[in-house]
Design a binder for this molecule. Structure first.
Ligand code: URA
Length: 232
């Protein structure tokens, strides 16, 4: 890998900032000062320091994205912009989204290159909850709370119990589910004679969307956020 790419991917700075650090002679590779941004290095073996501080190679990346509407949850697509297209760094890593949100759904989407992490969150046996904020075409009927709790029957079978909280105004609601069937929340509301007009995921298990992230923005998960899913 090129040294400038390694340093940018490890979050030291943009490619331009990294080039300036190299020019200033602040970067060493195995204790030798280097200036060329094109120099090839091995991230697993070489020791890189910037201003004397060692830059550790992190093979796995864990990002929280506030997904905007209009972008699809896939790694590549010939026509549409994908959530991976929104990520500017880490292009040497095979990043993918953890599960899917519909094209028009916004909110919390995790992005990683760690297959085990993906499995711990997505496996139906792990029962990791997903919480959504929904705006509906009509007021939500009070009896929908019990219908959701008892499990709605879709063509695939009976859903797990889901929690429905009717908000104010009463065409706004919060729904917590522990599966990820195709268009699940939209179809659940359809089953109680309503229609979702806006949907946003705001939590996955104990992890809440960071409300400082505007739609389209992302940040790395902290170690304690990553560890929330380690014992699942
Ligand atoms: N349920 C839906 O209907 N859409 C989503 O994007 C996520 C859950």
């Amino acid at each position: 890998m090129r040294i400038d790419k390694f340093l940018a991917n490890m979050g030291v700075g943009t490619r331009t900032e990294v080039k300036n650090l190299l020019k200033k002679g602040l970067v060493t590779l195995n204790d030798e000062k280097i200036k060329s941004a094109k120099l090839q290095m091995n991230p697993e073996q070489d020791r890189v320091c910037v201003g004397g501080q060692q830059i550790d190679y992190e093979p796995y990346v864990y990002l929280m994205l506030n997904k905007p509407a209009g972008v699809i949850s896939a790694t590549e697509d010939d026509v549409h912009q994908t959530v991976i297209d929104l990520i500017e760094e880490y292009d040497h890593l095979d990043l993918f989204p953890v599960g899917r949100l519909d094209k028009d759904t916004e909110g919390l989407l995790l992005i990683t290159n760690d297959g085990d992490f993906n499995h711990r969150i997505m496996s139906p046996h792990k029962y990791v909850t997903k919480r959504y904020y929904a705006e509906l075409a009509h007021p939500v009927r009070e009896d929908a709370v019990e219908t959701f709790e008892q499990g709605i029957r879709l063509t695939e079978g009976l859903l797990q119990p889901a929690q429905l909280e009717i908000l104010v105004p009463n065409n706004h609601a919060r729904v917590t589910i522990c599966e990820g069937k195709y268009h699940q929340v939209k179809r659940m509301f359809h089953a109680v004679d309503n229609e979702v007009v806006y949907l946003k995921r705001d939590a996955i298990g104990p992890l809440e969307l960071d409300h400082r992230l505007k739609t389209g923005e992302y940040r790395k998960l902290t170690n304690s956020e990553i560890n929330l899913f380690k014992n699942h």
